[in-house]
Design a protein around this ligand. Structure first.
Ligand code: TYD
Length: 205
């Protein structure tokens, strides 16, 4: 089973997901938590290039291609082998981040970025996608307050950029209704953990 976690910056998705994974493991489920961009050594190297604050000259299509390249490597080396072994693989970000950030906010077009990604993923979709929905103003304020979280090249974008990321995510949730679950990430931390846990638990086959 392949579960993906999506949402804008500062939605708390990573901390919430860690808690949910701990809970599932305590119940005896074999869960592997991974992330994009990254998740394997080659994909992490690509991640460093994408997120480096120095790379202000990066072209949006180059950016989209690099995310897709890191995704491909992550699928081949990690997601596909582990899910074949019967593990529950949970990825902090996946395809929908490319659709929302590069397709939506960077204006490359959701369908173009989807088509490009299909080459990398061979049409592989997650079984379930949790969308941690939150107003980016709240999310960015959380990041500013959390000194342990490094600020990356995309965090530095203007608020309009983050608004269009959110809008694109919500339109994807509408388009791919069968696999999306929208969570209200502005709720208190423990409540979001509970909602995320329930959403996953209800869909474990
Ligand atoms: P990261 O530090 O992992 O941020 P977060 O904790 O918010 O997940 O950085 C990942 C950044 O890359 C984030 O700003 C979202 C962006 N991103 C894309 O633009 N496209 C993609 O396909 C993916 C996977 C991430």
């Amino acid at each position: 089973m392949f579960i993906t976690i999506e949402g804008p910056e500062g939605s708390g998705k990573s901390s919430v997901t860690k808690k949910v994974v701990e809970r599932l493991e305590k119940e005896g489920f074999e869960v592997v938590l991974t992330r994009e961009p990254g998740g394997t050594p080659i994909a992490e190297e690509i991640r460093n290039v994408i997120l480096d604050k120095k790379n202000t000259a990066m072209d949006p299509v180059t950016e989209a291609l690099l995310y897709a390249a890191s995704r491909r490597q992550h699928l081949v080396e990690k997601v596909w082998p582990l899910s074949k072994e019967g593990k529950i693989v949970i990825s902090d970000r996946f395809l929908d981040s490319s659709l929302a950030y590069q397709g939506g906010a960077r204006n490359l077009g959701i369908d173009k970025v989807l088509a490009m990604n299909m080459f990398a993923t061979e049409g592989y979709y997650p079984d379930v996608t949790l969308l941690f929905d939150i107003d980016p103003r709240i999310g960015l304020a959380r990041i500013a307050a959390n000194k342990n979280r490094e600020v990356n090249r995309l965090d530095l974008e203007k608020i309009e950029f983050h608004d269009s990321v959110r809008k694109a995510f919500l339109s994807l949730a509408e388009r791919f209704k069968d696999r999306f679950v929208i969570l209200d990430a502005s709720k208190p931390f423990e409540d979001v953990v509970e909602d995320a846990y329930k959403a996953i638990k209800a869909r474990i086959k």
